[in-house]
Ligand binder design. Structure first.
Ligand SMILES: [Fe+2]
Ligand SMILES: [Fe+2]
Length: 237
């Protein structure tokens, strides 16, 4: 029959008191330390993984469009070059948005090395870009939003919605490029040249337009003062 000595009873009392004070769980003689609430980067583990991958993809798209713009400019397709510069500007904002959310959740923001870019003629670059944009709209972003929704971080979901909606903004144009550029590239390039006098990009969400909306940004809802004209010579130096 177990006999408690005065010392062991006092010791047990101290342990129970300590356990109660610390919110610990005591089972028999075992005491498990209370771990405390989860930190943001533990709670949003999947979110941080998805944001890191989305940032990598957007950063790669940015570098790719800059390379395509330089090639188009060298080939004297100035409108197409400017179109790529506008897309690159938007992609950079998407990547920066993800990096900001990662930092706020205690995640590590990676600096990605320059990706290997398959550079072809401007015609094939334009078609490759159009295919990539359609894939981003139809497959990549719905998957990103679905995964982010599982942990429910509103900031991360909002930034992914910004990116998805701003990519969708030019879906009709991208579909036309995809339909006509393989056969009528010169006509398509001339049309882009004629229609791309000035692009504006919303610095909050990456929305890309050829005329600043009257009141607020249709994607992020912020004032239109956040729309800035895209500089034709940006990234060209
Ligand atoms: Fe993007
Ligand atoms: Fe916006």
């Amino acid at each position: 029959m177990p006999v408690f000595t005065m010392t062991s009873a006092a010791d047990m009392s101290r342990r129970i008191l300590l356990a109660r004070l610390c919110g610990a769980f005591v089972s028999g003689s075992a005491m498990l330390a209370y771990a405390g609430p989860l930190s943001a980067n533990e709670r949003y583990r999947l979110t941080l993984q998805v944001l890191a991958e989305a940032s990598r993809v957007e950063t790669k798209a940015y570098h790719r469009y800059v390379a395509f713009a330089r090639k188009a400019k060298a080939d004297d397709y100035r409108g197409v070059a400017y179109f790529f510069i506008a897309l690159a500007t938007s992609e950079l904002i998407h990547a920066q948005n993800y990096n900001t959310v990662q930092s706020s959740l205690g995640g590590e923001v990676n600096s990605y090395p320059m990706p290997e870019i398959k550079l072809g003629e401007t015609k094939s670059n334009l078609i490759a870009a159009a295919k990539a944009e359609i894939n981003t709209i139809d497959n990549v972003y719905p998957d990103v939003v679905d995964k982010l929704s599982r942990e429910g971080n509103e900031d991360a979901i909002e930034k992914a919605q910004y990116a998805l909606k701003s990519h969708r903004q030019h879906k009709a144009l991208i579909e036309k490029i995809l339909a006509y550029a393989p056969i009528f590239f010169e006509t398509v390039a001339r049309r882009i040249d004629e229609s791309s006098n000035q692009f504006f990009v919303c610095r909050i969400c990456g929305s890309t337009v050829d005329a600043v909306p009257e009141k607020t940004c249709p994607i992020c809802g912020y004032a239109t003062l956040h729309y800035r004209p895209v500089d034709r010579s940006a990234f060209m130096r």
